[in-house]
Structures are given as structure tokens and as C-alpha cells.
Design a binder for this molecule. Sequence first.
Ligand code: FAD
Length: 311
Amino acid sequence: SAKLAEAQRLQRPSYSFEFFPPKTAQGVQNLYDRMDRMHGFGPSFIDITWGAGGRLATLTCEMVNTAQSAYGLETCMHLTCTDMQKSKIDEALKEAYNAGCTNILALRGDPPREKEKWEATAGGFRYAKDLVKYIRDAYGNHFDIGVAGYPEGCDDQDDPELLIEHLKQKIDAGGTFVITQMFYDADLFLEWVAKCRKAGINVPIIPGLMPIHTHAAFMRRANWTKCHVPPEWHEKLNPIKNDDAAVREVGAQLVADLCRKLLDNGIIHLHFYTMNLAQATRMVLDSLALTPTSDSPASKPLPWRQSLGLN
Ligand code: FAD
């Protein structure tokens, strides 16, 4: 209703942080320390990506458990169904359930490195929507189930209309929110959200935002996802590309401006791909005056479910 929309507009935006399982034991300990510190930035939830393959998958489950039960962070576990037997999916869901986790981001997964095109394993899941339905059937409404959205197309499908149709199928199967692939062009994102709404996708759409740590990483991620970078970003970042501190400073302003534009256009939750690093995300939040200070402490994480109309 108009009242709800107005209440949402006036509310302080909420935000969340994505982390991935590190490769080494020392890396895991360092990340726990960082997660604990970043808890103080006031995220309303964090999420842990699904590391395909044996050890990393186990680590995802362990990290969800530690974040949720030891650090008291509301956690969302990513889960992919590529090359995954149902028994493994059942195990992962059970562990998440037992850890008190109530959010799953249900994904298909990337094709294995040696294969160019993704192929379903016999008896396994084909699309993310099959996983969404499987989780709903097994756990009823226990989990909020997020799904991935692609404002600028994805590797194996660049027809925007078809991608929106497939996104709608994931919502119809039981998805309750969307987190998008990273992007740097606010206009493209907002146009895409309008198309999703027109197609009947009415759940919260959470923008995926990649803070800028170094120029090389920025270029690598942008090229990898093939997202459009507004020319102004290159104009500002290119001349300082060898000065990491300057890149972080200017990058934080650019990403903060992008966030402001989203917030001005009805988006109320920002999702940061932290790359397991604190500083660049912190600088964006500082620039938006969202990080807690002694004058305005974030005593409690913001109620993102409520603010997004979930549950
Ligand atoms: P789907 O929605 O199943 O789509 C896959 C392809 O199938 C698309 O081309 C789609 O158009 C097509 N398709 C869907 N339905 C149909 C249909 N009915 N008929 C024909 N074609 C159809 N990967 C990881 O390994 N671990 C992670 O933790 C992880 N986290 C991610 C988080 C986010 C926010 C995003 C955006 C991506 C993430 N990924 C992760 C990558 C993701 O697994 C890949 O992008 C994967 O290739 C697609 O997954 P999906 O869930 O979007 O698949």
C-alpha cells in the first residue's frame, strides 16, 4: 500500500555482506575475526557462498553454523545443485536447519571448469527452480528462499526476456527474494527491476554491489560478469589505477553514489560482495553515513524481513 511504501522510504536502509569460504585454515580464522568485526557495522544478515566440491562445501556448512550460533549473525546459506546428489543437499539443509539458519539462496551452480556448457547429472536437479521447490516441499515455510537475478544477462542466457521468465518461475516455485549479480550502472538495474515488476515478480529485489578494492580487481570482476561500467567510472579510476588507496577512496564515492541513486528510487536493502575484505565496504557505508557511530549506535540489526515485507 502507499502507507507501507512511505514507511519503507523513511526507514534507514538495511544492508548485508557476502563472504566466501577461504582455502586455508588460517584464512578461515582470519575471516571469522573479520566477520566478528564487521558484525559491528550493523548488517541485518550475512551470507556464505556455496563452495562446490567436498571440502569447501563442508566449510560452507561449518561457517554458517559458526556465524549463526557462535557469532549470533543472521545467516543465509548459498546452496547449489550442480553435480550434487540429493543426499548431499539433504545433509546441507539439515545442518543449516540445526544451526538455526532460516535463509537459503538456492542456485544451480556454475558449470565445472573443464566443461563449457552446464549439463544436468542423471537423477539430479536441472535448474535452480527445482531446488527451490525441493526445499519448499521438504521444509515448508521454515526457510526464506532467495534466488539469483541477472540484470545484464548471464553466461548461458543473454535473452533478457527469457531470463526474467525464468526468474519468475523460481519465484513461482517458492522463492521469496532475489539477490542480483553485481552491476555498476544504476539505470540499467532500475529498468530491469521495472521489467521484473511488470512480469509479476513482486518479491523484494536486492541489488548486489561490489565495492572497489583495487583497480585490477575492479576490472577483473567487471570483465568476468560482463557488466556495463559507466564511462565516468573509467575516467575517474584510470588515471589513479596504480595508487590503491586513491582507487579505494574514489571507488567508495562512486559506489556510494550508485547506492544513493538506488535508495532514491525505492531500493531499501543493499547487498555487498565483500570479497572477504572489510575496508572498501566500510568506506562505502561511511560515505552513506550508515555505519554505527557513538552518536548513532546500531544497537540491533535492522529488521530486514519486516522492512522487506517478508514473514
Ligand atoms: P538458474 O536460475 O537455474 O538458471 C540457469 C540457466 O538456466 C539460465 O540460463 C536460465 O535462463 C536457464 N533456465 C532456467 N529455467 C529454465 C527453463 N525452464 N527452461 C530453459 N532454460 C531455463 N555459484 C556458486 O557456485 N556458489 C555460490 O555461492 C553462488 N552464489 C551466487 C550468488 C548470486 C547472487 C549470483 C547472482 C550467482 C551466484 N552463483 C554462485 C553463480 C550461479 O550458480 C551461476 O550464475 C549459475 O550459472 C546459474 O545459477 P542460477 O541459480 O541463476 O540458475
